[in-house]
Design a protein around this ligand. Sequence first.
Ligand SMILES: [Zn+2]
Length: 395
Amino acid sequence: MFTSSSNIEELIRCFHLEDSMLRYSSFVPRLYNYCRSLGFEPGRILPSRAFCSDESQGYPTILIAKHFGTFPFNHGRGGAIVATQRHAPFAEHGQDLVIIQASHVGYDPETTEFGRYRRIHAEQAGHSTSCGKLAGVIARYQREYQFAQSGVLLESCGGSLCVCIDNGLLRGNRTEGLFLNLSRLAERDSEGEFTPVRTYSTAKSFVASAALQRQLPELHLREGERLPIGAHLKPKMFFFRRDLDETPEGRDQQELGLISAMPWIVTSPHPLLTAAQVNTQVEFDRAFRTAAQAPSFQGKRLLYVSGLNIDISPQVGETFPTTNFVPWAAYFQDRDGRQRILEQPELLMALLAQSEENPDAVDLEAAISVMAESDMVRFGVVASGQESPRPQTPA
Ligand SMILES: [Zn+2]
């Protein structure tokens, strides 16, 4: 997916969060009106959602049902992976189609922490991780990063700053784990080799690279003194490898999408926010292609919108979280085959240009009352040994 570490850094950097956020209650009617502006026909629009299975995603789903007048088709798997094999049945169920794909991250306003979410229905109404699926995926990488932070030490060798690296991290014949980009950490000798200046029983020490020395101008170590590299172990200094199932939408799909960006995720001040953001970006880049090529979508209007759901923990007594949406990118195709990608600023502007008023919104309470009060349908199913029922007029 990514070709170099600079590309990953740039992709993460160009996702604007703070100034691009919409409340869900504002986003969904604007999205509906945007669809209308593209020619989507009221009563013939079918939305779908590719959300995580977390119950916190229920509030956005209810708002989609309210504004689009129908419950959205389920296009998502745990962790907000788009189930692209479901394109065909989805296409069959509606004339004009909308896919809303969003990863999610919790936010706790009390501690201002991303990735934490209060489970008000749990026994002690305590907090847990959100997205829990992403937390499970990144945990192993966080541990490996922590090990490397203490396995790479800074020391002084005859007045030069050196990096003393645990032999376990230098072993190149591993197939999995954290691997150091030695050229970012250590200086090559005159023959272009990484030659240790000191060898210990379980580690080797190299002269620190010029870049690392520039990063630590204030560091003055005494001979024999050692300091773990800690937070100075930056994303471009390492990468991860893991033997993953590469089957499209196989069991490791999520990890496969995130592994190149994992150094930025584990070093982020908000790892679960960065993970959810990258998941949204990677999934859009992957799944929009499948949508653009799917025969089932040909000749149909399709708007595929991706973004990030930020679930602000509900307080005890509140029914739903306050969910915000950060749009990332969209893909539109018209019936005649014209296609267009909208980048984040264009998509945000397109949404902001729309009204929050939606005259087609459904009163869900009224709709539920109608269903509860409507006549009961009788089925002509006959149990064995019984007489065939006569058609009945409901009471
Ligand atoms: Zn989740």
